[in-house]
Design a protein around this ligand. Structure first.
Ligand code: ATP
Ligand code: MG
Length: 849
């Protein structure tokens, strides 16, 4: 079983796997460890990754990039609206209102959802890892920004399912980095000591994220996270683009912003320039040939000027750093180290700004590009039963506080309470008890919408059904389990109604909220997700009765409020008294109807999954077709080269001229009628060419290999002739062989020698352009034939003879004499002794014979 860590970046993706006892980052088919987050749809196939990136400018409308942040968003989302105007491709409203993409694929207009597009990218990353590992891959951990809300997280989970991946955890990017940092550290303080606080800063192409983590031996706890979701390397590119747009307008009267292709090219060049400026302070040129209206353009920039232009962006570096320390209630001096990752932290002014804030140098202990993927792979290995990883506990945080609001149709009153505060430990589950007589609704929403980079604060509506009063007409106790799962997604995982038959001493109070530690709550996240998807599609009809015994705590802080679960409290231990006062209780599992934000129905998800499989198949068929076409082209060029090279003597001049004309015809055909043909046509074409080329190639190959084959057979016959001679000369080595057998050997060898000289003579009379009289395979077969006749005779073992008793006694004497002095016997002497024994034995055998 393989485990995979995926850094799903806005611009770049990285994948890492656990292999041979370590974590390895995997390179794609271009030997590149970074796969661009790009998909280019074509008339016959999809290009994904590097190939798609190279088509961005040529296939402008159908090349999708920069889509990571459309996850879980509606087309009319303010962020989508602001991005849309900058995109060279078109967005499309999907049936559920989400932002999707309008492209031409397979010569028709197609609409793809963001889940499908990310699914395509994940499929590619999956294929790359399968290709490297040479086995199927399913289990993975995928990174997401820590500020992703539930809708965005759920959307990425759907994408993983579409790609056929089993996402064991969606991991916050900075948490993955923290894991990659901490798990190898041998010198972390023990659990009794104060923790080591490390700040992790990740500035990628689209976002800026910070987390502060407390490390103890075998343990990492995220204390707080902060972010600027709209600050990244691309903002710095934009500064340069805007500057040069103005410049080119002034200098060349070109309105670059009107021309999508030119704007894209300028963006690419500005990004290159930005990177160059990280290593150079001098003036650097920007030259683009044939930029717009057939004009070349040029400009220049240096670091100082760039920093001046980006001052407004640089000013945004500090606030999240401040915020993260405030939230964690730490001072700068409490920070042991500041570790930076993400491509944009290479911008010197960004790095300086971070260092300036902490009065400390920033560290680049981790690989800035690969740390997220490596952390994810480590997490995947920890979660996978197939790997044994050093125990390392990871406690993440809830990025935004979550509140539950409840109301019933006829019962009076609504209420709300915050169930998870900001930076609450995650994953985590809590149980809330309500007293209700009828079904009621629970609405989850982000407590502080203005802090959340998402327009809709609602997480979902949960309808708790089948609630009825107790037999005595009193309210029923309904326990609702709320949960931040391993993916950081809020869920209302269960609701149970307690039907009590009161006994002595019972007064029916339970803690209003019971908390569960962040234990392994979600061990089968995908199963759960599937279930969620089903439930989301309104198929959850499950309910059942589980008679249980419930121990209830006497004298709790909770008063019998009907519509108020009261204040939250921590886990309570049951007092011995309460155990004595047990009552008969029946837990009835209640059905919950979920209306989640931006959910995909199970049917739609299923159809997306099917479609992805179809598209993979289409890509595979197209690749085979192109490979077949390339094979024809390659054969034509190769054969043509060889006809005037190594094959020249192996074909007559006349035939060579004829063949050359045919090759030229095929080449022409490839560019005209043969440009776009089904795979079989190319296969047939190649077959036809091979019929003509193969005999020449065979003659050449035979010519190259024949001398060795003749030589081998010659040596073999010589060897057997010598053996026969030795036998004739009464060589004692062969005196156990009988004359008839030797005659057989001699006959076989003489026949072979005759065959060999006949074939050699005949072959020597032929020119190289003739087919050979004998094939190498025939000569090799002849060799085998000689062996099969002669070897069993020549190598026949001598019969074993019992040694005369006298000799044995002598021998043991010989061996026993040096025994007293064993230590002084050298290896050589021991060998010599062995040899003597062997000779004596042989002699005895000879004598018997
Ligand atoms: P995100 O984390 O926002 O999803 P990402 O993970 O794809 O995005 P990274 O690969 O970490 O982003 O970083 C890409 C950004 O880093 C780009 O803007 C790129 O131009 C920038 N970058 C890379 N190298 C350098 C460099 N040497 N100097 C300046 N910027 C750089
Ligand atoms: Mg990143």
């Amino acid at each position: 079983m393989s485990v995979l860590g995926i850094d799903l970046g806005f611009q770049n993706c990285h994948i890492a796997v656990a292999r041979s006892g370590g974590i390895e980052t995997i390179a794609n088919e271009y030997s590149d460890r970074c796969t661009p987050a790009c998909i280019s749809l074509g008339s016959r196939t999809r290009a994904i990754g590097n190939e798609a990136k190279s088509q961005i400018v040529t296939n402008i409308k159908n090349s999708l990039h920069g889509f990571k942040k459309f996850h879980g968003r509606a087309l009319d989302d303010p962020f989508v609206i602001s991005e849309r105007v900058k995109l060279p491709y078109e967005l499309q409203k999907m049936p559920n209102g989400s932002a999707g993409f309008k492209v031409r694929y397979l010569n028709e207009e197609r609409h793809f959802s963001i889940e499908q597009v990310t699914g395509m990218l994940l499929s590619k990353l999956k294929e790359t890892s399968e290709h490297t590992l040479k086995k199927p891959v399913a289990d993975c951990v995928i990174s997401i920004p820590s500020f992703f809300t539930d809708g965005e997280r759920r959307s990425v989970m759907y994408a993983a399912q579409i790609a056929g991946l089993n996402c064991l955890r969606l991991m916050n990017e900075t948490t993955a980095v923290a894991l990659a940092y901490g798990i190898y550290k041998q010198d972390l303080p023990s659990v009794e000591e104060p923790p080591r606080n490390v700040v992790f800063v990740d500035m990628g192409h689209s976002a800026y994220q910070i987390s502060v983590c407390a490390f103890n031996k075998g343990k990492l706890k995220v204390l707080a996270t902060a972010f600027d979701p709209y600050l990244g390397g691309r903002n710095f590119d934009k500064v340069l683009v805007n500057y040069f747009c103005k410049e080119f307008m002034k200098k060349y009267k070109l309105n670059v912003k009107e021309n999508a292709r030119a704007l894209l090219r300028l963006n690419q060049e500005c990004e290159k320039l930005k990177k160059l400026m990280s290593a150079n302070t001098s003036d650097l040129p920007l030259n683009i040939e044939c930029f717009m209206n057939d004009r070349d353009v040029s400009g220049k920039m240096n670091r100082d000027h760039f920093e001046e232009l980006s001052a407004h962006l640089v000013a945004r570096v500090e606030p999240p750093l401040k915020a993260v320390l405030e939230q964690a209630k730490l001072q700068r001096e409490d920070i042991y180290s500041i570790e930076i990752v993400g491509g944009a932290t290479r911008i010197p002014v960004v790095k300086d700004q971070i260092a300036k804030f902490f009065f400390k140098d920033v560290m680049t202990t981790l690989n800035a590009d690969e740390a997220v993927a490596r952390g994810c792979a480590l997490q995947c290995a920890i979660l996978s039963p197939a790997f044994k990883v050093r125990d390392f506990s990871i406690i993440d945080t809830v990025p935004f506080a979550i509140t539950l609001r409840w109301k019933s149709t006829s019962e009076e009153g609504t209420g709300e309470c915050e169930v998870f505060c900001k930076n609450h430990a995650a994953p985590f589950a809590k149980v809330i008890t309500f007293h209700k007589k009828e079904p009621f609704d629970l609405e989850a929403f982000y407590t502080c919408p203005h802090e959340v980079p998402y327009p809709d604060p609602r997480l979902g509506l949960f309808r708790i059904q089948n609630v009825v009063p107790q037999a005595d007409g009193d309210s029923s106790k309904v326990k609702v389990k709320v949960h931040i799962n391993v993916h950081g997604i809020f869920s209302l995982s269960s609701a149970t109604m307690i039907e009590t038959q009161r006994g002595e001493g019972d007064h029916g109070d339970l803690s209003p909220m019971e908390t569960e530690p962040p234990s392994k709550i979600d061990t089968t996240p995908v199963e759960q997700d599937k279930m969620l998807a089903k439930q989301e599609a309104g198929q959850n009809k499950s309910h059942g009765e589980q008679p249980t015994e419930a121990g209830e705590r006497a004298g709790g802080a909770y008063t019998n409020a009907k519509d108020n679960p009261s204040t939250l409290s921590d886990n309570h231990e049951h007092s011995p008294q309460s155990i004595k006062d047990k009552v008969r209780a029946k837990s009835i599992v209640l059905p919950i109807l979920r209306e989640l934000n931006r959910q995909l129905g199970w049917d739609l998800l299923g159809s997306y999954m099917e479609n992805e499989v179809k598209m993979i198949m289409q890509d595979k068929l197209e690749k085979e077709r192109i490979d077949a076409k390339n094979a024809v082209e390659e054969y034509v060029y190769d054969l043509r080269d060889k006809l005037v090279g190594v094959y020249e003597k192996f074909i007559t001049e006349k035939d060579s001229a004829k063949l050359n004309i045919m090759l030229e015809d095929v080449e022409k055909w490839l560019y005209e009628e043969g440009e776009d043909q089904p795979k079989q046509v190319y296969l047939d074409k190649l077959e036809g060419l091979k019929k003509l080329g193969q005999p020449i190639q065979d003659r050449y190959k035979e010519y190259e290999e024949r001398p060795k084959a003749f030589n081998d057979l010659g040596k073999k016959t010589q060897f057997f002739m010598k053996t026969i001679e030795a036998y004739m000369n009464k060589d004692e080595k062969y005196n156990h062989l009988n004359p008839t057998e030797i005659e057989n050997v001699e006959k076989c060898v003489r026949d072979t020698i005759n065959w060999l000289s006949m074939k050699m003579n005949a072959q020597n009379k032929l020119t190289l352009s003739h087919d050979p009289v004998v094939k190498v395979a025939d000569i090799v077969a002849k060799c085998k034939e000689v062996d099969s006749v002669c070897n069993p005779i020549i190598y026949k073992a001598k019969p074993q003879v019992e040694q005369p008793a006298e000799d044995k006694a002598n021998e043991s004497k010989q061996h026993s004499s040096p025994k007293t002095n064993t230590e002084e016997v050298t290896d050589t002497e021991q060998d010599a002794a062995k040899d003597t024994t062997h000779h004596t034995k042989q002699k005895a055998e000879m004598e018997v014979n």
